[in-house]
Ligand binder design. Sequence first.
Ligand code: FDA
Length: 409
Amino acid sequence: MLILHKNNNINGLMDADAIIIGAGACGLMCAVQAGYLGRRVILLEKNEQPGAKILISGGGRCNYTNLFATDEQFISGNKHFVKSAFTQWTVADTISFFETYGINGREKTLGQLFPESNNARDIVAVFTSLCEDLGQQLICGVSITDIDILEDGFAVKYDKGPKSRILKAPKLVIATGGLPIPKMGATDFALRFARKQGLKIAETAPALVPLTITGKEEDWYARLSGNSVFCRVSNEHIAFEENILFTHWGLSGPAILQISSYWKRGEVFNIDLLPGQNITALLEEERKQNGKSLLSTFFNHLYPKKFTDAMARFLPVEKQVASLTRAEMEQIAQIIHQFKVKPAGDKGYDKAEVMRGGIDTSELSSKTLECKKIPGLYFGGECVDVTGWLGGYNFQWAWASGFVIADNL
Ligand code: FDA
């Protein structure tokens, strides 16, 4: 049974304690937490339904947090920025919040938590029913036409169908997410509004995004399309050990999505195709045990056959292991442990899971996410320059930032 502390002191000229623009992960969490604290909010959402990205997340199953999330797995102009929010709203808070409403988590891999039902709809339903119980108003299908900054708050003008309306509130929360998947309603609303107010924006780019290979390499990758190999993908900043997936246009798979957030056009990264093992030592052993076997046969024990075939481009796969020269052994070690990739680009916002960059953290209080220059204005979720790794980290930021803002409305 919910105990509501309704705030009945809203100034007669105000429509709510706060207006939240964007009913995604951050906006929904903010509305619900504000409701617990007796704050009345109005949520304005562009789509006809809230939580579109929650619904498609994790392949429709929603990887809603990560058991191992700390501030370490986030990219931001200020690596300390997330610390306060993550202290105020922890992974344990996310887990117990959803458990309270009947969603138990199941860890799939690497700390990634999904609802036991494997259904992202259950996550969205928690918020829609809580918004209703708490009396928070959700207005979908709106088009925001203007925002005025008043002396005592904000006036948000919007159209819904043929009707226009102005809402006023002392506080305004912008939680309109990032640029990925425009066909799902993603807009640059937060960035445009922030720019208009003279706020700094950290350069934006697609992140957690597949990478493309063009030119004479393209065919080689295309021939391997559909094959997945467990690798260590690294550059000067970071390393990830997960699968890579070859595609007809380049590389995808979790390890590639992860490194893409740390990659810039023109840079090369390294793939260790046999992480944690030493190919030279394995080959020396093979020479002793089974020297007459072909290098291709040896590789077939480690990799998909198509991959072995493709290695013929670089390595003498049809040679017997015992007859490999020292130079060939070195070349094998080089290719297997230090395979260099120079992507041509990325698949862009149509395929990216998140946006890197966003509202510069120097514009916001890390404790409240309130804009330093415009009191009463808050930015949360993906529109802020905080980008998490693949694996539930980005939702943890969205929930935490929504909670922190609510606590300060
Ligand atoms: P979010 O995008 O959730 O919400 C923003 C809301 O604002 C949307 O409802 C949008 O329609 C609305 N809006 C935009 N412009 C507006 C305007 N002008 N007026 C009114 N409303 C407007 N993360 C994770 O942790 N685990 C996962 O499993 C996945 N999986 C995943 C899969 C795919 C395919 C994608 C694209 C992304 C993920 N993510 C993820 C990332 C995750 O979805 C993302 O980080 C959060 O949804 C961000 O939450 P926000 O609330 O900031 O934005």
